[in-house]
Design a protein around this ligand. Structure first.
Ligand SMILES: Cc1cc2nc3c(=O)[nH]c(=O)nc-3n(C[C@H](O)[C@H](O)[C@H](O)COP(=O)(O)OP(=O)(O)OC[C@H]3O[C@@H](n4cnc5c(N)ncnc54)[C@H](O)[C@@H]3O)c2cc1C
Length: 474
C-alpha cells in the first residue's frame, strides 16, 4: 500500500477556485496539498497545443476592472503584466449593400459616473433615440444597485421596462448573453443588473476590459508557481476518486491509489464533479449538502481562423445581428509577448456564447457560417485565404444563473466538520466567472481558517464607486 501524504488542508481541483484557496491558506502558514486531475492548472481557463493546427489555442477569457479578487491574484503572481486593458468597446453592425460595418464606440468621457459613457452612448448609431431613452430608463433602475433576490427572469424585466426590439438586440443581448452565457429566460435580473451596475454605472474603471495577452495556461502558470513557492504540494495528474471521513480527518484517494490525509478538505470542483465525489459519503452526511438539481450548464463555442493576410486592424469587437458575439484579433492581442513572431497573416478567434445550436452542428457547418457572417463585418475576409481553422466546443463552459438559483448556491462552510466547498457555482454573489471562482476559493480559505479559530479576511474589497455614484451606491 502506498504512503499517505499528510497536510493541514487538502484542496481538490486546481482551477482558479482551488488555486485561490491554496494561495490564501499557504500564505497564512497552512500546509496545503493541491490535487488536480489534469496535467496543468487553471481548470476551464486553459490553453493547449492543438496537434493538427500546431498552435496553442484557448477560449479567450476576459475580465473587467470590477473583478478585484482576480486582479489581485494576478498581481500577486505577476500575471497582471500580461493583461492589456481597454477603455473602449466597439460594437459593429454588419455592412449592408457593400457598405463597411457601422461602428458604435462606447467609452468613458469627462462626465462623472454614472454618466461617464453617456456622450459616446448618445452618439452610438446602433441605437435610435427611442431605444436610448428606454435603455437609459432601464439603467436608472440599477443606479442604486441590483435586486437582492434573484427570482425574476431578465426576460420579464425587459418586458416590464418596455425595452424596444433594437435596444434588446443591440444592447441588452450582447452584454447579458456575453457576460452570463444563456438566454434571458435563464438569467435572473439580479445578475444581469449586477453586470450593468458594476461595469456601466458604478465607475469607468469597473467597466474596463482586461484581455490576457498570453495563452490561458501560461497566464495562470505564475499562480501555481506562487502556490508552490509558498509551500503548496501541487500534485498534477491526480484525479480524486474517493473521499472518506476517517476519525477527525479526511482521506482523499486518487485513481492510482495515492492517498492524502488532512483535517480539512476544500472541494474546488464544478458542481457535477462535487456531486459525484460527495455521492460516496454516507447518507447521513449527503443530506447535509445542497441539492444539485437546479444547476445547469451552458456552452461556448470558439472558432479559430488563420488568414493569409490581415482582415482587420481592430484588437477586438462585439458583433451585432449575428451568432458571433465577439471577435478577438489574437495576432494583435499576443503581439508583444516574447516569442511571438511578426506575422503577415492574421489569427482571429470568434466567440459564440450560449452555443446550444452549435453543439449539434458539425465543424464545416459552423466554420462556413461563421466565415460568411464575418465577411459582413470585414469585407477582406472574402478575398483572404483560410490557412487553417479549428473549432473548440465547451459544452460545460459555465453554469447558468437561472432565476431562484441563489436559494441553493451553497456557502463555503458546510455542516460537515472539516468539509468546505469552493468553485464558481457556490455562493459568491457572482455569476460563472473567473472572479466568482477566485472569490469562492478565498471564501473557502476564510471558512477553513475560521473553523481553526482564526478570523482572517482573504477577500479583496469591491471596486469603489466613483463620481456621483459615491452618493447613491449602496
Ligand atoms: C469557453 C469558456 C469561456 C469563458 N470565458 C470567460 C470569460 O471571458 N471571463 C470569465 O470570467 N470567465 C469565463 N469563463 C468561465 C470561467 O472559466 C470559470 O467560471 C472559472 O474558470 C471556473 O473556475 P473553477 O475553479 O470554479 O472551476 P474549474 O475551472 O472547472 O476547475 C475545477 C478543477 O478541478 C479539476 N478536477 C475535477 N475533478 C477532479 C477530481 N476528481 N480530482 C482532481 N481534480 C479534479 C478540474 O480538472 C479543474 O482543473 C469561461 C469558460 C469557458 C469554458
Amino acid at each position: 500500500m502506498s504512503e499517505i501524504e499528510q497536510s493541514d488542508v487538502i484542496v481538490i481541483g486546481a482551477g482558479l477556485a482551488g488555486l485561490a484557496a491554496a494561495v490564501a491558506l499557504s500564505g497564512a502558514g497552512a500546509k496545503v496539498t493541491l490535487l488536480e486531475r489534469k496535467p496543468y492548472v487553471g481548470g476551464r481557463a486553459y490553453s493547449y497545443p492543438h496537434p493538427a493546427l500546431e498552435e496553442v489555442i484557448d477560449s479567450q477569457h476576459v475580465m473587467l476592472g470590477c473583478c478585484t479578487n482576480l486582479i489581485d491574484l494576478c498581481r500577486l503572481s505577476g500575471a497582471d503584466k500580461h493583461i492589456r486593458w481597454y477603455d473602449a468597446i466597439t460594437f459593429l453592425e454588419p455592412g449592408v449593400q457593400g457598405k463597411s460595418a457601422r461602428r458604435s464606440v462606447i467609452e468613458p468621457g469627462f462626465l462623472p459616473s454614472p454618466g461617464h459613457s453617456s456622450f459616446s452612448f448618445l452618439k452610438a448609431p446602433m441605437l435610435s433615440a427611442g431605444d436610448k431613452t428606454r435603455i437609459a430608463a432601464g439603467l436608472l433602475g440599477f443606479m442604486r444597485g441590483y435586486p437582492a433576490t434573484d427570482d425574476e427572469p431578465f426576460s420579464e424585466w425587459l418586458k416590464r421596462t418596455k425595452q424596444t426590439k433594437r435596444a434588446i438586440l443591440h444592447f441588452w443581448e450582447p452584454v447579458v448573453v456575453g457576460a452570463l452565457n444563456d438566454s434571458f429566460e435563464r438569467c435572473s435580473t439580479r445578475y444581469a443588473g449586477q453586470v450593468f451596475y458594476e461595469s456601466f454605472l458604478k465607475s469607468a474603471e469597473g467597466g474596463r476590459l482586461g484581455i490576457p495577452t498570453q495563452p490561458m495556461s501560461e497566464f495562470y502558470e505564475g499562480v501555481a508557481e506562487l502556490a508552490v513557492q509558498q509551500g503548496v504540494a501541487l500534485r498534477l495528474r491526480t484525479s480524486v476518486d474517493r473521499l472518506e471521513n476517517v476519525g477527525d480527518e479526511w482521506l482523499a484517494t486518487a485513481s492510482k491509489g495515492e492517498s492524502y490525509r488532512a483535517p480539512s478538505v476544500v472541494l474546488a470542483l464544478p458542481f457535477e464533479q462535487t456531486q459525484r465525489l460527495v455521492g460516496g459519503l454516507p447518507e447521513a452526511d449527503r443530506v447535509k449538502l445542497p441539492g444539485f438539481d437546479k444547476f445547469v450548464h451552458a456552452p461556448i463555442t470558439t472558432v479559430h481562423v488563420w488568414f493569409d493576410r490581415a482582415v482587420t486592424e481592430m484588437d477586438h469587437a462585439a458583433l451585432l445581428d449575428t451568432r458571433i458575439q465577439w471577435v478577438f484579433n489574437k495576432s494583435r492581442i499576443r503581439r508583444d509577448e516574447p516569442g511571438v513572431a511578426e506575422e503577415t497573416g492574421q489569427y482571429l478567434e470568434l466567440v459564440i456564447s450560449a452555443s446550444f445550436a452549435e453543439l449539434e452542428m458539425g465543424r464545416e457547418e459552423i466554420l462556413s457560417s461563421a466565415l460568411k457572417e464575418l465577411a459582413g463585418f470585414f469585407p477582406g475576409v472574402k478575398d483572404a485565404k483560410v490557412v487553417k481553422a479549428g473549432i473548440l466546443k465547451e459544452a460545460r463552459a459555465t453554469f447558468s444563473v437561472v432565476p431562484g438559483l441563489d436559494r441553493v448556491r451553497p456557502e463555503a462552510k458546510t455542516t460537515i466538520a472539516g468539509l468546505f466547498l469552493a468553485g464558481d457555482w457556490t455562493r459568491t454573489g457572482w455569476p460563472s466567472t473567473m472572479e466568482g471562482a477566485v472569490r469562492s476559493g478565498r471564501l473557502a480559505a476564510e471558512a477553513v481558517a475560521e473553523a481553526a479559530g482564526n478570523r482572517v479576511r482573504f477577500l479583496t474589497p469591491d471596486a469603489p464607486a466613483s463620481g456621483l455614484m459615491q452618493l447613491v451606491s449602496r
